[in-house]
Each structure stands twice: as C-alpha cells, then as structure tokens.
Design a protein around this ligand. Structure first.
Ligand SMILES: [Zn+2]
Length: 159
C-alpha cells in the first residue's frame, strides 16, 4: 500500500468514525469556524497542535513555520494574525516551541542553509529571537536550547 493509499484509507475510516460518533459533526463544521485560539508553532512533523493540545477541528486556528518564528515583516504570518483577530475573533495567541527543534539548531550553526538562511538567521540574531541558556528536556533528558518566545514577539514587532 502506498503512502497515498494509506492516507485515503485512513481518511475514509476517520470520516466513518466521526459520523458514527456524531452524525452532525461535518454539518456543524461546514457552517463556519469560531476558534478561540490562534496557535503559532513549528512545522516539525512531530508536533501536531490539535493532538498535543487535545482539541478538535474548529477549535484552533493554526499557523506553522520552521522554528515557530514570529517576524513582523512576514506577510503570511501577519495575514494569519489579522484574520484570526479581526474576522475570527480569537481570544488568545499561543506561540509554541518544542525541544530538539531543527530550525533553532540550524540558526545556532554558521553553516549555509540555503533558503532556510532567511528565517533561521532572523531567529539567531539578537534583534529577532533570543536564545537562552541550555535546558534539559523533560522527556529525553538531553540538553537543548530553549528560547524566549515573548522576546521573539516583541523584538520582531519592532524590527
Ligand atoms: Zn521545530
């Protein structure tokens, strides 16, 4: 079975489970969305916002990029934030990082990362995000670098 076959089969099974548990599920979703939360997180495939937060479809408006960057000149991010606030009326914005982030690791190394240079270098510069001291991962126990998301937000807004 190919990846695509598996995905479509999984999707059909998921639709079946949803309708069996709640026959009006898709009808309600089709009426529109009113999420209370905007989640800005990393594109990392291991960090799935709805799953880690235990929320269902319609509860979370999501923007993801490498290393969950919030940069004031990012037109895509700005459009998401404006739409979330002005049109969806979200009440809270969550900027969520994670341990072992490849984007943060790349930002801390001087190697040429091609197209990634633009975003990763912004993360590593003092005027964008601030890398903080090493911390210990509660799950792996390995050292990793955490960074201040609040500093990232305020610095990115002024740059
Ligand atoms: Zn990441």
């Amino acid at each position: 079975m190919s990846d695509f076959e598996r995905i479509f089969e999984n999707n059909r099974a998921w639709v079946g489970r949803k309708v069996a548990a709640d026959p009006g599920y898709f009808t309600r979703l089709a009426r529109g969305q009113e999420p209370r939360l905007l989640y800005i997180g990393c594109s990392d495939s291991r960090v799935t916002p709805e799953e880690i937060m235990g929320v269902d479809a319609g509860e979370l408006f999501v923007h993801r990029n490498i290393a969950n960057l919030v940069i004031g000149t990012d037109v895509n991010l700005n459009a998401v934030v404006q739409y979330a606030i002005e049109h969806l009326g979200v009440k809270h914005i969550i900027v969520c990082g994670h341990y072992e982030c490849g984007g943060v690791k790349a930002a801390l190394h001087p190697a040429d990362c091609g197209q990634l240079n633009g975003c990763c270098r912004r993360c590593a510069t003092p005027t964008a995000c601030t890398a903080t001291s090493s911390t210990r991962s509660p799950t792996s126990g390995s050292a990793s670098t955490a960074w201040s998301r609040s500093t990232c937000w305020s610095s990115a807004s002024t740059s």
